[in-house]
Design a protein around this ligand. Sequence first.
Ligand SMILES: *Cc1c(COP(=O)(O)O)cnc(C)c1O
Length: 366
Amino acid sequence: MSHSPTVLEISLSAVEHNFNYFKSKVSPGTKMLAVVKASGYGSDAIAVATRLEEKGVDYFAVAYADEGIALRNAGVVSPILVLHPQFGNLDLLSSHSLEPNLYSEKILREFVRISKMQNLQSYPVHLKFNTGLNRLGFRGESMKKIHALLKDEKTLRVKSIFSHLVASEDFQSREFTLQQIQEFKAIAQEFEKLWGYTPLRHMTNTSGVLNYPEAHFDMVRVGLGLYGFANDTSEDGKLRNVLSLKSVISQIHEVRKGETVGYNMGHTAHASLRTATIPIGHADGIFRSLGQKKISVKINGKKAPVIGNVCMDMIMVDVTEINCEEGNEVVIFDSQEDITTMADQAHTISYEILTALGPRIRRKII
Ligand SMILES: *Cc1c(COP(=O)(O)O)cnc(C)c1O
């Protein structure tokens, strides 16, 4: 239990709204996979998954086995795809009904070995194909070899084949994306020819769902969008904000003219100044690049800019013009615009702001 008073409020009704928004973008038969890796993008994977399971999600995806085990231990029963299973612990998957992405020959051979050892029967596995990202996955030309390795294995069954788009949010890369989609279609056709059945096919992430309806195939994989962002401000407006970060004022200082505030004299008071110290810092995901007035927090409805340098556990904000006292609530963000501003000011993307929110911040479901 964290002793920090800083709280991340998570609105599950907003998650549900966002899930339904993406569901409305796909045909009724298209399955919905919710990506809840990295603690549900910094939120609370168990709370998000439990709510979405009630609302008819078809699949979940996590990055690593332990994330899937945590969901199973919390009672999540839907299928879970492990996107990045690791060589050393593939034996953990079957006992928790976790379905591996077999992305390389090494991982594939090892899982075949384990599936025999464990006497599995038609255990669902997923094959990932690299159509341009050059991150994880087989090249299409490996298909015959994969087929040769798997065709007589009764222990496994390929439940899905999938790929991942390189730049689904970027219209300038449209031609490249369309090429990826074509390549994936050809891969799926070859699979069907060799195996004699059609597995689930999936390719799109959040932006792909919105920008490439021709690539929805049998299932879509939505991550960021569930948490309120779609890499596009007009789409963000159709989603609801899920996350609000709140803290309290620890101490107020009357800083005299000529004094400085924070490490390395990061801010100089050119006139007398009132500051508030807030218990959240770069160890909690408030990047040091957000000091020096790059962002403001809200106190009693007014904006208080962060002054000086962000410390590990604290920030100092200017409250000279704000009527406030120690113990008052501080809103670090409570809207998509606040989070987008933070991302822009730190020269990064909303994904990084959310997933950087550290473990000391208490998660509170609302
Ligand atoms: C993380 C991830 C997603 C989700 O992407 P978003 O842009 O957050 O929707 C989908 N597919 C794969 C393979 C991923 O790694």
